[in-house]
Design a protein around this ligand. Structure first.
Ligand code: PLP
Length: 386
């Protein structure tokens, strides 16, 4: 562990309410009962196990074939799996990155060359806000209800250079419908505002499988989309993020990409392609049923506890928020930690108003059912006493 990581861990160990989400997640990494981070950690399915058994073949393929070919196949299989048939397939229009955070950093740096202010969905995963702010961009919160319900305010659109939306959102699971995406994109086109989407969780929710790229291209707006294989499959963080962008984006994303990386390993591209093929052959439906089952387990195990509610009844993503009534999430976190269970307090998702998340915990559902069940039973005991 580096010195910086050690001091971060020490600070987080005290349950500091100011921790960012990754600092909380960091603490959970070595626990068997880690229900904190949103990475996929469930057991491999038999189909996936077969792919992992063939890793040496994927390595050999990476050595043998031109990386451009493997990358093209990986992109095609991934985008088609999730209904994104109009993704930009011309060479160089989808930039493969080590992770979606790297794609986000590239986009943030590019945005910062042309603008000062970004409107960002609220709440959302805090590293999106942190990376934008880290590039000196000023943020304006876009609350989810108005974002999903009505036209964006013309004055807002006149004052920002980019509208950034996470869909499906983490942690709420809310999905921008096709009609809303079209209208937001039209408004962005009218105001010459960039529309940026983070769709890292789209694989979990068929409502996010309509062809976003067709909608974006039809409106003519300037757009960028961050995609991610990292949340779906338990590949020990062997994953890639992808930054797709419109021809008219007019931001130096390719230049900034080349400042940061040459490319993603062909073995990882081949691995993601194989997982996407397996998903297309039935694995995706199996994953949806698995996450649904784990969500039901969590809701059933916590039902009937005074003050406990589930704020996202329609969510299909691989995380579930629990509203703790008047119990502060940091206290619940500390009591859980005594049982070696680590969940995620939600304050930091509310990057503009942390108190709005002070009584919520997020539970990761992409976990094997047995440790999840044990973790949630411990949570029940804690909640009954607090
Ligand atoms: C919506 C969203 N985007 C991006 C990320 C960052 O992903 P990674 O850690 O793989 O870079 C996360 C992480 O949880 C996320 O929830």
């Amino acid at each position: 562990m580096t010195e910086m990581a050690q001091s971060k861990a020490a600070k987080a160990y005290t349950g500091n309410p100011e921790n960012n989400l990754t600092e909380w997640e960091f603490l959970a990494l070595n626990s068997e009962l880690n229900i904190a981070d949103g990475h996929a950690r469930q057991e491999l399915t038999p189909g996936q196990t077969k792919i992992i058994d063939e890793l040496p073949l994927l390595f050999a393929e990476g050595e043998r074939r031109p990386v451009e070919e493997i990358e093209r196949e990986c992109h095609r299989t991934y985008f088609q799996l999730l209904g994104q048939h109009s993704y930009p397939s011309a060479p160089g229009r989808v930039l493969s990155c080590y992770s979606s955070s790297v794609a986000m950093e590239i986009l943030s740096r590019a945005l910062a060359t042309r603008m000062e202010t970004v409107a960002l969905v609220h709440p959302t995963f805090d590293n999106i806000a942190d990376l934008l702010r880290g590039n000196s961009l000023r943020l304006v919160p876009l609350a989810e209800d108005p974002l999903h319900g009505q036209d964006l305010d013309d004055r807002l659109l006149g004052s920002v250079g980019c509208v950034f939306v996470t869909t499906p959102n983490n942690p709420t699971g809310r999905v921008i419908t096709q009609e809303r995406l079209r209208r937001i994109a039209e408004q962005c086109a009218e105001h010459d505002v960039v529309l940026a989407l983070d769709t890292s969780f789209r694989g979990f929710d068929p409502r996010a499988h309509y062809d976003h790229y067709a909608v974006l291209q039809e409106t003519g707006c300037r757009w960028a989309v961050i995609e991610d294989t990292g949340k779906l499959w338990p590949t020990l963080d062997l994953k890639l993020g992808m930054l797709a962008f419109s021809e008219n984006l007019d931001l130096p994303v390719e230049k900034i990409y080349s400042d940061i990386l040459l490319g993603v390993s062909p073995m990882i591209l081949a691995l993601a392609r194989r997982f996407a093929e397996d998903a297309a052959g039935g694995g995706l439906g199996e994953l949806h049923r698995f996450i649904d089952g784990n969500r039901e387990l969590v809701r059933a195990e916590l039902s009937g506890i005074p003050g406990i509610t589930f704020p996202d009844p329609d969510s299909r993503v691989s995380v579930e928020r629990v509203h703790l009534g008047d119990r502060p999430s940091v206290e619940v976190w500390a009591a859980l930690r005594e049982r070696n269970v680590y969940a995620l307090p939600c304050r930091a998702f509310h990057w503009d108003a942390p108190d709005e998340g002070a009584n919520m915990l997020r539970i990761a559902l992409a976990r094997s059912t047995d440790p999840l069940s044990r973790s949630v039973k411990a949570l029940r005991l804690v909640l009954e006493r607090l």
